[in-house]
Design a protein. Structure first.
Length: 452
């Protein structure tokens, strides 16, 4: 870490940061209220609002968004004539999946082997704390040189678009000269990285029905059409023999130019089992940043335990399709739904429903704000040069903000490097990454304010 007053201040604030992240991780703020109480998300929103008030933010508000969740907003005035920077993070989290797979409880921040474990520690409650650390460091070293708008979303992980719709209905609320999205991360821990592209996504639910009710598999199996078997056929049609995504009419030959991802590194990061091959063709960067990718997120069918010898009358699945920049997510949704319907066998009845969607995003990494960020990251990371990578995930709000504020520069940084294992069991954040990225953000705001 460089010898700099900002860096020294952030270092002194790290115990407080850990305590605050411990409090924030403890909220089970999964914005799926069939799984977790809405009160958990509301309590997390109040925590963020209280933190903003403590830092002197004005107009702090809990925004009731159209999807039934809350986003937290605050405004901190800056010096006369200073630019306005919007800082974004989200406080909602993915469900912890199988809690028995966690080494320590998912909603208890736990230090182990130099990392802090807990759901949301990196994605993206750690991002909330990162923004707070940067602002506190600036306040302790001459003051915050820009006007700051702060927005913490409450349903980013669900893809239900609450904040997007709210922003569209209140177009002046989040207007800024530059927007810092704190929901990405370094290509690798210790390698300062900005995210240049995001894949878009669509979520589609497909349901297949063949019979009025389940039938005895001994009496009717072999002639009665099995809905679960039909669904398996449909899902298998979404992949070629090598595992590449194949949706009728959807381009899947994109090429990534730039920072590459070595296959051995990817296997290690993804924890691929020995002897198991990667899927698809082309470079890893092509596959995860420049091409569509389909994933079956879940299937509703009888569990193995308690299953009866029956031909299934109905089955359904939830499918995610990630689409690269240059592909319209709405068009990809139409193609996916048409593909599912066309590949359903045996005349089975099929219904598809879109349940979420977000457009892909491409940033202009040659803009003045990116130049300031490059210098700030290099200083925070002991002279290492900033890299630009893609990210296979989606942040639908980026395109909404880009459309609302076409003159604004949008930067994507954060704490979700590969070791963080976001969305998986045992998610964690590196406190060293949190410290360095907080320093980088503070230095960026200083440089951006002065045009340095």
């Amino acid at each position: 870490m460089p010898s700099h007053p900002i860096a020294e201040t952030v270092a002194s604030l790290m115990p407080r940061a850990k305590a605050e992240l411990t409090e924030l991780v403890a909220f089970k703020s999964v914005a799926d209220f069939e799984q977790y109480p809405k009160s958990e998300s509301e309590a997390a929103a109040r925590w963020v609002a209280d933190a903003l008030r403590t830092e002197g933010f004005q107009d702090v508000a809990l925004l009731d968004t159209p999807d039934g969740t809350q986003s937290v907003y605050g405004y901190l005035p800056g010096p006369e004539g200073a630019p306005t920077v919007l800082l974004y993070a989200h406080y909602d989290v993915q469900p912890p999946l199988d809690e028995s797979g966690w080494t320590t409880p998912p909603f208890e921040l736990t230090e182990r082997d130099g990392r802090w474990y807990g759901r949301g520690s990196a994605d993206c409650k750690g991002g909330v704390v990162m923004h707070l650390l940067a602002l506190r460091a600036l306040k302790a070293n001459g003051g915050i040189p820009v006007a700051v708008k702060f927005i913490a979303e409450g349903s980013e992980e669900q893809g239900t678009g609450g904040l997007e719709r709210y922003a569209e209905a209140h177009p002046d609320l989040l207007r800024a000269d530059t927007i810092v999205i704190g929901d990405a991360g370094n290509f690798r821990a210790g390698l300062p990285t900005v995210t240049a592209t995001l894949r878009g996504m669509t979520l589609v639910r497909v349901e297949v029905d063949t019979l009025e009710g389940n039938l005895h598999s001994g009496q009717f199996g072999g002639a009665a059409p099995d809905a679960l078997a039909a669904l398996v056929r449909v899902l298998d049609s979404l992949r070629a023999e090598d595992g590449s995504t194949t949706v009728d009419g959807l381009d899947s030959i994109g090429v990534w130019e730039g920072l590459q991802y070595a296959e051995d590194d990817f296997r290690r990061d993804a924890k691929v089992l020995d002897g198991v091959g990667l899927i698809g063709e082309g470079t890893v960067a092509d596959r995860i940043w420049a091409r569509p990718a389909v994933t079956v997120l879940g299937i509703d069918c009888p569990p193995v335990v308690g299953a009866t010898p029956s031909v299934q009358a109905g089955a359904r699945a939830l499918i995610s399709l990630r689409v690269p920049p240059g592909v319209d997510a709405a068009e990809a949704t139409k193609l996916l739904r048409a593909h599912l319907e066309a590949h359903t066998p045996w005349g089975a009845r099929v219904r598809t429903e879109q349940v979420g969607q977000g457009q892909a995003f491409r940033a202009d990494v040659t803009s003045p704000a990116y130049e300031a960020m490059a210098a700030a990251l290099s200083e925070a990371y002991d002279g290492r040069q900033m890299q630009a990578s893609g990210m296979g995930g989606s942040i639908p709000l980026c395109n909404t903000l880009g459309a609302l504020y076409p003159e604004a520069e949008i930067l994507l940084i954060g704490l979700s490097e590969p070791e963080a294992q976001i969305h998986a069991v045992n998610e964690s954040v590196s406190p060293d990454e949190l410290e360095r990225m907080s320093v980088a953000e503070a230095l960026f705001l200083q440089r951006y304010a002065t045009g340095a």
